[in-house]
Design a protein around this ligand. Structure first.
Ligand SMILES: Nc1nc(=O)c2c([nH]1)NC[C@@H]1CN(c3ccc(C(=O)N[C@@H](CCC(=O)O)C(=O)O)cc3)CN21
Ligand SMILES: CC(C)C(=O)C(=O)O
Ligand SMILES: [Mg+2]
Length: 277
């Protein structure tokens, strides 16, 4: 299993890091079997699995519950779990206790936190306590209420310079990697060049040290509209719709179940249950 030090080595050698979200046993099993470098139990589960329209309602209990399922499906892959909305802001003690739960109870190898500012000192406290931290900058979805929507970040020179400073502070605070979400490719390239820790991009161009995508986006699974940065590698929606539609037809016209799907008993037994008639 790859771990934090291996991801640092991958940056040095130029081997790109592949990361994918997973939220349950089957998605984790598939990601591991395909050979993914790192799994993210993203709070995007609130949207793609639980049906909320943002990541804001997701709780620590949700994250622990889904992390446990992911761990049962992927026993040999590095697992990072998102700390959900407001779970790393109230106090240092609360942040450490929550992260410890995600690690000890959930079984994650690392946690991910969004943002800079006050969060930087939390990254320091977490890493000092022995918990590997992945930072997340740019479009930080837990700030959707402040951003006024899911909009590309760091588009002005000022915002871009701030992003570069923030990324450096995350590294100094001990983060082992940083996710850059929805930022101009030029900024992602700059940050990647200026950091010693790997950058993992999502909507951040090709220059980052790795890429992350949402499982359901990559497979078009239960999702219809996807952001511009998503590439559809599969079409589970159409496979599922065709299959379920055919099942319904077969049930209605009696062509399912077939003989091969049915159980039977011997005639000599059967005669006795009809009272010998
Ligand atoms: N299914 C899914 N995929 C994700 O990547 C994802 C989630 N959910 N939920 C949590 C966040 C929210 N994310 C999003 C959601 C929408 C856009 C989006 O529509 N962006 C616009 C950019 C608009 C602009 O130009 O500023 C786009 O058209 O791509 C981006 C990131 C990324 N994360
Ligand atoms: C989009 C990725 C980076 C994420 O944070 C999530 O899936 O929750
Ligand atoms: Mg997230």
């Amino acid at each position: 299993m790859k771990q934090t030090t291996d991801f640092l080595k991958m940056k040095e050698t130029g081997e790109k890091i592949s990361m994918l979200t997973a939220y349950d046993f089957p998605s984790a099993k598939l990601a591991e079997e395909a050979g993914i470098d790192m799994i993210l139990v993203g709070d995007s589960l609130g949207m793609v699995v639980l049906g909320y329209d943002s990541t804001i309602p997701v709780t620590v209990d949700d994250m622990v519950h889904h992390t446990k399922a992911v761990k049962r499906g992927a026993k040999n892959t590095f697992v990072v779990t998102d700390m959900p909305f407001m779970s790393y802001h109230l106090s240092r003690e609360d942040t450490l206790r929550t992260a410890a739960r995600i690690i000890q109870e959930g079984g994650a190898h690392a946690v991910k936190v969004e943002g800079s500012g006050e969060v930087i000192s939390m990254i320091r406290s977490l890493t000092n306590s022995g918990i590997p931290v992945m930072a997340h900058l740019g479009l930080t979805p837990q700030m959707v209420g402040i951003f006024g929507g899911y909009k590309v970040q760091g588009k002005t020179a000022e915002a871009a310079n701030q992003l570069i400073l923030d990324a450096k502070m995350c590294e100094e605070a001990g983060a082992f990697a940083v996710v850059l979400e929805c930022v101009p490719k030029q900024i992602a390239e700059q940050v990647t060049a200026q950091l010693n820790i790997p950058t993992i991009g999502i909507g951040a161009g090709v220059s980052t040290d790795g890429q992350v995508l949402v499982f359901h986006d990559l497979l078009s699974y239960g999702i219809n509209r996807v952001p511009k940065f998503v590439k559809k590698y599969g079409d589970v929606n159409s496979v599922a719709l065709e299959s379920i539609g055919q099942y319904i037809l077969d049930v209605k016209n009696g062509s399912f179940p077939e003989e091969s799907h049915s159980y039977s008993m011997k005639n000599e037994e059967l005669i006795h249950i009809y009272g010998g008639k």
